[in-house]
Design a protein around this ligand. Structure first.
Ligand SMILES: Cc1ncc(COP(=O)(O)O)c(C=O)c1O
Length: 394
């Protein structure tokens, strides 16, 4: 029966990574994989995380299983981080939460719950998006309905298409909204459009699924979190999937959390129970290490300050690169607008062949979609990127 599986489709981004590794030119640039990189091209362990790790290594005294909902200190600390202390949904006891294995695992629980609650539920997804959104929906058995989020050629959001899509949702469907720093475009919804969408989706009985993977890397930690808090206050029900991969640099530790804002406290108890039942069959009990690190970083005053400072420095590095690239846009028109976008990504309107040619001819490696990781630029790389892109007009 194993021969019934389809031929494996090679992962496009892994192929780019392999080409980058094989490239022997010393000036090669890696704009492929979506991890934050510092000026030297490293993806470092944050200082606060390192300190927390050393302390935990000394103090931890068990590897016994955690609770089904995960590390309760982590859940508490992340709840405070994301909602603050005064959020109405918290005050009213309407927030269910479960530790997920990264943002991916958290989104998977949300999508499984949507199918269980409403068999036939659909996921409405604006494109382009993080490719795993569609893949997780397929794994969870949700039908995918797509609309255009962004027009790569004009470099603008397609607000008319997004708002029209929100008018087609049905009760029980999920409508995916990116938190701050859209992947792959860096182009976020203006606040007014976000509010209108939330109202339209909730008004039709569907659930917004907010994917927050890059908080603190957009306009600032407080500003980025406010987007999530406002969304959670604007609708009776919402899922918020939160990754700790980027903002805490914990990629391989598979750390995240799923929140469900529910219409009432009784509903919250049911949702909490279903989250735990569902997670039991996916991971049984969630992993401990990353969650323990986040709990420590968020609750120790010294580590918290260190984390916020380093996160802010990461954000400023990317804002600096964006300003540098924007100043080169006269030479390379494809870079126009890069300073208005946020986060680690920008989408260049290139064909897969053009993206591959930039790797071959200029040692600048990027995803075939034309998505570039801005943080992949080391000091002095921006002018080389602009020079290589100068051949392309808008
Ligand atoms: C938009 C988006 N959501 C969620 C994730 C989840 O990442 P992870 O599962 O590694 O936490 C990512 C990671 O690249 C992402 O870009």
């Amino acid at each position: 029966m194993f021969d019934r599986f389809p031929e494996p489709v090679p992962d496009a981004l892994h192929a780019v990574m392999a080409r980058f590794r094989a490239d022997e030119r010393p000036h090669k640039i890696d704009l492929g994989v979506g991890v934050y990189r510092d000026d030297s091209g490293a993806s470092p362990i944050m200082a606060a995380v390192r300190e927390a790790e050393l302390a935990l290594a000394r103090e931890a005294d068990t590897k016994a299983y955690q609770a089904l909902a995960g590390d309760h200190q982590f859940v508490g600390a992340m709840t405070s981080l994301i909602f603050g202390e005064e959020h109405p949904a918290l005050r009213e006891g309407r927030v269910a939460a479960i530790q997920g294995t990264g943002g991916t695992g958290s989104l998977r629980i949300a999508m499984d719950l949507a199918r269980i609650a409403a068999p036939g539920a659909r996921l409405h997804l604006g494109l382009p998006s993080w490719p795993n959104h569609a893949a997780i929906a397929a794994a969870a058995g949700l039908e995918l309905v797509t609309h255009r989020y962004f027009d790569a050629t004009s470099g603008a959001l397609d607000l008319a298409a997004i708002e029209a899509a929100a008018e087609t949702v049905e009760e029980g469907d999920l409508f995916l909204l990116h938190g701050p720093c859209h992947n792959p475009t860096g182009a976020d919804l203006p606040p007014g459009a976000r509010s209108r969408l939330l109202a339209a989706v909730a008004g039709r009985g569907a659930i917004p699924l907010i994917d927050a993977a890059y908080y603190g890397l957009g306009d600032g930690l407080a500003e980025d979190l406010q987007i999530l808090r406002d969304a959670a206050a604007a609708v009776p029900r919402a899922f918020i999937g939160v990754a700790c991969s980027k903002s805490f640099g914990l990629y391989r530790e598979r750390t995240g959390i799923l929140f469900a804002v529910c219409a009432g406290a009784d509903e919250r108890a049911r949702v909490q129970g279903q989250m735990e039942r569902t997670s039991r069959t996916l991971v049984s009990m969630p992993p401990a290490h990353g969650a323990a690190l986040v709990a420590r970083v968020l609750t120790d005053r010294h580590l918290r300050t260190s984390w916020e400072r380093e996160l802010s420095a990461m954000r400023h590095r990317m804002l600096g690169l964006r300003a540098e690239l924007a100043a080169l846009a006269d030479r390379a028109p494809l870079l126009r607008g890069v300073d208005r976008e946020r986060g680690i990504f920008k989408m260049l309107p290139l064909t897969a062949e053009q993206a591959e040619a930039l790797g071959r001819d200029h040692a600048i490696h990027m995803a075939p979609s034309g998505r570039i990781n801005i943080a992949g630029l080391k000091a002095g790389d921006a002018p080389r990127l602009a020079q290589a892109l100068a051949a392309f007009s808008e």
